[in-house]
Design a protein around this ligand. Structure first.
Ligand SMILES: Cc1cc2nc3c(=O)[nH]c(=O)nc-3n(C[C@H](O)[C@H](O)[C@H](O)COP(=O)(O)OP(=O)(O)OC[C@H]3O[C@@H](n4cnc5c(N)ncnc54)[C@H](O)[C@@H]3O)c2cc1C
Length: 174
């Protein structure tokens, strides 16, 4: 990857939101896919790794990274909690892993439709806690709710596995 990619991303997001450090490239080289964990146990620390990891802090910054990657012909891999068990975040072609955890806002509950707008990186338990504080529950308690599964990954991963959808339904009052 050309060195200017990192400096250009730093201009877009600020240097603290961009990393090419070895430890970050290692951490984002896999999710909880058992096959990768078995490889790790057998001494293979990574098969694939991203060239660079970014942590955008707003929707506009996400869009700017996607536009930039498109211009430079680089893959972008969205990363929620990394708790997916199917290797969905594996950076097979290198490129940019985009961790969305800074997008963690839970909006207001719409009383009439019992829906709520959440940003892509909200942790599962934090989402449930925010709803509980307002007298609602999502009624969705995957075993991974504590270990970070974000709302976007939780909705999208079953779709990618052709298992239908998980969380796209109305909230329940408690
Ligand atoms: C201990 C454990 C228990 C689990 N229990 C359950 C369970 O009970 N039920 C269940 O359904 N699953 C379970 N899982 C699987 C996993 O937690 C879910 O699939 C989880 O919801 C994934 O969310 P995530 O944010 O970690 O996604 P990630 O692993 O980060 O991403 C999953 C996929 O979605 C993509 N993605 C992430 N965010 C975005 C975005 N904003 N836009 C576009 N694409 C995006 C990623 O690129 C990847 O392909 C479990 C996993 C573990 C490790």
């Amino acid at each position: 990857m050309h060195a200017s990619v990192v400096s250009d991303l730093e201009r877009l997001l600020g240097s603290s939101a961009v990393s090419r450090e070895e430890r970050d490239r290692l951490a984002y080289s896999r999710d909880m896919w058992p096959r990768n964990l078995i490889l790790l146990r057998s001494g293979v620390d990574r098969v694939y790794a991203p060239d660079v990891v970014v942590w955008p802090g707003s929707v506009e910054e996400v869009a700017s990274v996607v536009r930039f990657a498109l211009r430079r012909g680089l893959p972008v891999i969205p990363y929620g909690g990394g708790s997916g068990v199917c290797g969905g975040t594996t950076p097979r072609g290198g490129g940019i892993v985009m961790d969305l955890k800074r997008l963690d806002r839970v909006g207001n509950v719409d009383e009439a439709s019992r829906t709520v707008e959440v940003q892509a990186g909200v942790n599962g338990q934090h989402f449930e806690d925010a709803l509980n504080a307002r007298g609602y529950t999502a009624g969705h308690f995957p075993a991974s709710i504590w270990c970070s599964g974000t709302r976007s990954g939780t909705v999208l991963e079953p779709v990618r596995q052709d298992r239908g959808h998980g969380l796209a339904r109305a909230l329940r009052g408690r």
